[in-house]
Structures are given as C-alpha cells and as structure tokens.
Design a protein around this ligand. Structure first.
Ligand SMILES: Cc1cc2nc3c(=O)[nH]c(=O)nc-3n(C[C@H](O)[C@H](O)[C@H](O)COP(=O)(O)OP(=O)(O)OC[C@H]3O[C@@H](n4cnc5c(N)ncnc54)[C@H](O)[C@@H]3O)c2cc1C
Length: 423
C-alpha cells in the first residue's frame, strides 16, 4: 500500500493510539477488518455494549481515507432526499440526514479532541445552470426540517472569499474536523471500551471451523483470530482478501494541497465563518481552512499515485482559479488518498455469507456516513431486529474491473467536458 506523502493531518496530529502487534491466537465475538471510521465506530459501539472485539489494520489506524480526507462533515448522500425516499424509504433518508449529528454527538460523548466544529457547510456553484438543482436539494431537506438556506451570489462570495462562485446553499447540520485526530480518538475510545487493536495486522484469509470464523494474519503466520462475526470495513483500500468485493469499487485518487498559513487579513476574508465548501461540478473541488490557518483544496487526481508536487498542477490551477491571489502563495502540503467509487454512486452493505458484513462505497462522502454506518452495523449485530439503513445487496464486481483506470479516466474526461459545456 502507498504511503501518505506529506499530509497536513500527519504534520499536526496528536500521538497515535497504542496498537498492539499480533502475538498468539485471539478469540472474540467480532473481528473488525480495517481501522477507519467504519471499523472503529462499529467496534466502539459493540465494545460499549459488552461485546468482545478485535480490530485489525494492515498498516495503522487511520492509514486509509479516514486519516487523509478533507474533514468535511456532510450529511446526506449524493442522491437527493425525494429520490432516497423512493429508493429506500423515509427511514433511510432520515438516517443519512442525521449522519453529521451522529458524528458530532459521538465526538462529544467520548470527548474526542479533533477540532470538531458545527460550522455548517456550503455546496456552492461556479455554474448558473446548477442553481435550480441546488435549490431543489435545499428545499427537499428544508421540508424535512433541516436548517438549510439558499445563498445568493453576494452571500456565497462573502462566505467563501471567492469571486468565482455564483451561489449555493448552506447546510447548518454540517461542519468540519481534523480527520486523523478524529480517527485516532475513535481508536482510543474503542481501546478504552475494551477493544483490542492490532496493527500492522493484515487479514490474509478466513475460513469456517466448527461454527466459528478463523482469520489468519499475514504478519504473524501463527496468529489466528477466532470469532463469531466479521465486519469488513476496508472500503477504497480493499485488497485481495475478498477479491470480488475489491472489484465493486474504483479506488479513485483524491489529491489535496494546503498553503502556508494565511495572514490575519487574508483569514478575515477567506472563508471568514470557516464553513467548508464543496463545488457542485461533477468533477468539482472542496476547500476549507485547515490547521494553522492554511487554505486547503482538494479534487480528483490521476489514478497513478503522485510522486512530486508537479503531479498536483491541475489541482493547483483550480486553487488559483478560486483564489487568484494564491498564485504567489507557497504551498506547504501535498497528499492524496483513495475514494471508493461505486457504479451507482451509492454505498453498499453486503452479507455474502453467514455472519460476515461488509460496508463500502461512500463515494467521497464518508466522514459522517462511515461513522454512522459503523454504528448501525454494530446495533444490528447486537440485535438483528435493529434495521440497517440500507438493505443488503449482492456483491457485483464491475465488468473489466482490471481496466478501471482506463474507463474511469474516460468517464472523468466526459464529466469534465459536461462541466465545461454548462453555463
Ligand atoms: C483525499 C480524500 C478526501 C476526502 N474528503 C472527504 C470529506 O471532506 N468529507 C467526507 O465526508 N468524506 C471524504 N472522503 C471520504 C472518506 O474519507 C471515506 O469515505 C472514509 O474515510 C471511509 O472510511 P472507512 O473506514 O470505510 O475506510 P478507510 O478509512 O479507507 O479504512 C480502510 C482500512 O482498511 C485497512 N485494510 C485494508 N485491507 C485490510 C486487511 N486485509 N486487513 C486489515 N486491514 C485492512 C486499510 O489499511 C485502511 O486503514 C475523502 C476521501 C479521500 C481519500
């Protein structure tokens, strides 16, 4: 697996939690594979309610997308509430509408120090033609009681400090946090609740033995974790443990950069209320103020992992387009991570066999959603009458997945063209 190059989060994070190296055999009710938001939130809920839980990560807690993302805590899915009602029913829409609250409440309950702020979030547009869609989305959430409102051009520009925006909507349920400190805080809370966290510990195979699951750990060939249930929370970092699962997602790189700290004068006009922003294009950008008053921006990168600052030039040109004065601003951090994209742009929960649950495919919206999904899976394991927010779907590997770089790159260029052609 690749290593983060130079992430703002690694540079500003608290100490990592105490993971143990695997040694000997382990027995637990539940083995959680993957120590990101999904796995740790699930493990924490289970352990708090008395289950014995082992969490393993192939590298370390937060190594995956959870330790590298933009830290924007956004409720909802990419589909609008009316469509979600039709697809899944109102309970699912309510669940996804509450994911930011679930996340902030969990942080408060466990006193996790991760700069969490319920600032609100702006979905803004650089295209006039997108405004009716944003208005419809806002109205649909408004009808469901969410604290949301439209922003006209002047408000969007004042709240962002960017003259490129033509409008947007503000969702006050949302906010931001320091993702690496959050995932590390979740890991600490899970350990305090009684979980055993093993890392580096890669599950290389699983098999049924006498009604239990036995999971073998790559790093220590003699170690076996014996358990009743397995929760697979490997998302965009899914490897060959379950090859069919890996082929249900395209692990698309999202790149981010952060500037040197802004001056007080700049901070007074750039995102002055500190609300993070996502732009509404199909291949859009997201930006916020990060640690130390640095301006951060992210967006779709190449499938090839970056090796130098030069690989970030497309993203940097977007930074310059949103904030022209940044052309003279030195950049301090460049990093990337893998977003798990699905064919239908929706997350999926699978139960391919007895006592195994898998959750993947947050499509770049996983800070709040993965946290809530992990909690929901835990509640379901504790009492199967507790419904999951999404029905189980079959694992459907994408055809020609080995060629995903080619066809996903073509799709991205197609979406970029459509973005370009819109007024
Ligand atoms: C650059 C970037 C920016 C993003 N920005 C945002 C944002 O601002 N807001 C938002 O809502 N979402 C954002 N996302 C999405 C969000 O980060 C993810 O949806 C979320 O973190 C997924 O969490 P997870 O726990 O499911 O998976 P991950 O955090 O990816 O964790 C998976 C873990 O599984 C481990 N693993 C894999 N295979 C094995 C194995 N065999 N054995 C043991 N361990 C294994 C990996 O080491 C990894 O640590 C962003 C993603 C990226 C990459």
């Amino acid at each position: 697996m690749e290593e983060t190059l130079h992430s703002i989060w690694e540079a500003t994070a608290d100490n990592p939690p105490d993971a143990q190296l695997p040694e000997g055999d382990y027995t637990a009710n539940v083995l959680v594979v993957g120590a990101g938001f999904t796995g740790l939130s699930c493990a924490l809920q289970l352990a708090k309610r008395g289950a014995s839980v082992i969490v393993v990560d192939a590298v370390r807690p937060g190594f995956g997308a959870s330790g590298r993302n933009g830290g924007q805590v956004i409720p909802g899915l990419k589909y609008d509430p009316d469509i979600l009602d039709q697809m899944y029913g109102e309970a699912t829409t309510e669940f996804v509408g509450n994911t930011a609250k679930t996340t902030f409440d969990l942080i408060e309950e466990h006193n996790i120090s991760c700069a969490a702020q319920r600032t609100g979030w702006i979905q803004a547009s650089v295209k006039n033609s997108h405004i009716p869609t944003l208005q419809s989305r806002m109205r649909q959430w408004e009808r469901r009681g969410a604290a949301v409102r439209m922003l006209d051009t002047a408000s969007a520009q004042a709240l962002s400090g960017s003259k490129r925006l033509v409008g947007g909507w503000l969702d006050e349920r949302a906010g931001q946090l320091h993702p690496l400190n959050y995932v590390r805080g979740l890991a600490r809370a899970a350990i305090d609740a009684g979980c055993i966290l093993l890392a580096p510990a890669t599950v290389k195979s699983t098999k049924r033995v006498d009604g239990k699951w036995h999971a073998s750990i790559k790093e220590v060939s003699s170690t076996v974790v014996k358990c009743d249930h397995i929760v697979v929370a490997t998302n965009g970092y899914s490897g060959d443990l379950f090859p069919k699962l890996r082929r249900t997602v395209v692990p698309a790189n999202s790149f981010q950069v952060a500037t040197k700290p802004l001056s007080d004068e700049q901070l007074a006009v750039v995102l002055p209320k500190r609300m993070p922003v996502s732009d509404s294009r199909r291949i859009g950008n997201y930006f916020r103020i990060g640690p130390g008053g640095r301006l951060m921006i992210g967006g779709r990168g190449t499938f090839r992992d970056p090796t130098s600052a030069n690989d970030f030039r497309d993203l940097i040109s977007q930074l310059h387009a949103f904030y022209p004065w940044t052309t003279s601003m030195p950049l301090e951090f460049f990093w990337h991570g893998k977003v798990a994209m699905t064919m239908d742009h929706l997350p999926h929960i699978h139960q391919p066999t007895k006592n195994v649950i898998m959750a993947v495919g947050y499509n770049g919206r996983g800070v709040a959603l993965a946290t809530s999904m992990g909690k929901a899976i835990a509640n379901h394991l504790l009492a199967p009458t507790n419904p999951l927010p999404l029905r189980f779907t079959d694992i459907k590997p994408m055809p020609f997945h080995d060629m995903h770089r080619t066809y996903a790159t073509m799709a991205i260029w197609y979406y970029r063209l459509r973005d370009y052609l819109e007024s």
